[in-house]
Design a protein around this ligand. Structure first.
Ligand SMILES: [Zn+2]
Ligand SMILES: [Zn+2]
Length: 280
């Protein structure tokens, strides 16, 4: 099965509109995609609308919530969420506001070191969606401060860069609850760098995650094999996706570029159906 369960649109820091993303997925003959924007479900309704013309494509409403642990960042994916849920939308709005404030602070820090990033352009690139670091990086590129998006991250706005700013985030367990409360299936995104992973997975499994991302851009066969062992041991679905942002070749993977087993997608879909039948 051609599937990609991790995709960003202009509702967060992706370059394609939901409509364009759906059209691209159809062109690539994908059968199942999930829209998983950072802290936003704004891309879901237009993607579902666009997909009405293509019955061969299943679009899963999703989200990717950025959360914090002491040693770094953890992302929680939510699949089959009720994107109209008011509690979900309230929480996501708070998270997006914190992104806006953080973006402004980063631009101020850049100004202190002589890099005058055009804030209007950053907002324009975000197009009313969640402001992300790629929008700042793109503006820096356009203004000639860096020669690639990667350079903006490694030199300035990456986690160890001089203009990096933290923002308010949920804990991973809180994010899992947000997804569950909106009727969704929580999945841990790109977990390979989390140390130590096993106790963390146990904790999240207890909180309600149903899967972990194993088939992911840049994961080699050794990493995949190790993650598969964890998934098997804890009875978690082996999920995956490209984390496509549409930013071009120097940063990130292309849509549909990760081989996801049919079984994984089917498990996820059947779990969502089971859940719907037990829910009131
Ligand atoms: Zn992520
Ligand atoms: Zn992502």
């Amino acid at each position: 099965m051609r599937a990609d369960l991790h995709l960003h649109t202009t509702a967060s820091d992706g370059r394609l509109t939901p409509q364009e993303l759906v059209e691209k997925a159809v062109k690539l003959k994908l059968e199942v995609i999930a829209i998983t924007d950072h802290d936003s479900v704004g891309g879901v309704p237009p993607a579902l609308e666009a997909a009405k013309s293509f019955p061969q494509l299943i679009v899963i409403p999703g989200v990717e919530i950025n959360t914090d642990i002491p040693k770094g960042e953890v992302h929680i994916l939510g699949y089959f969420i009720d994107y109209r849920d008011s509690g979900l939308n309230r929480t996501l709005e708070e998270l997006r506001n914190s992104r806006y404030e953080r973006g402004k602070k980063m631009v101020a820090k850049l100004a202190e070191i002589g890099i005058n990033v055009d804030w209007t352009r950053v907002q324009e690139l975000a197009g009313g969606g969640s402001i992300g670091r790629p929008h700042i990086a793109q503006t820096m590129l356009e203004q000639g401060y860096v020669s690639s998006l990667r350079e903006a991250f490694t030199k300035y706005i990456g986690r160890n860069g001089p203009a990096y700013v933290e923002r308010k985030k949920l804990t991973p367990i809180e994010a899992v609850k947000v997804v569950l409360n909106a009727g969704g299936l929580p999945v841990l995104a790109h977990p390979a760098d989390i140390e130590p992973l096993e106790p963390f997975l146990l904790q999240l499994k207890k909180a309600g995650i149903v899967g972990i991302e194993i088939y992911y851009n840049g994961y080699n066969s050794k990493t995949i094999a190790q993650l598969k062992r964890f998934a098997k041991k804890l009875d978690l679905i082996a999920c995956g996706g490209s984390d496509f942002h549409g930013l071009g070749e120097d940063i990130g993977a292309d849509i549909g570029s990760v081989d996801l087993p049919r079984e994984s997608v089917e498990q996820l879909i059947s779990l969502s159906k089971q859940k719907r039948t037990v829910m009131p």
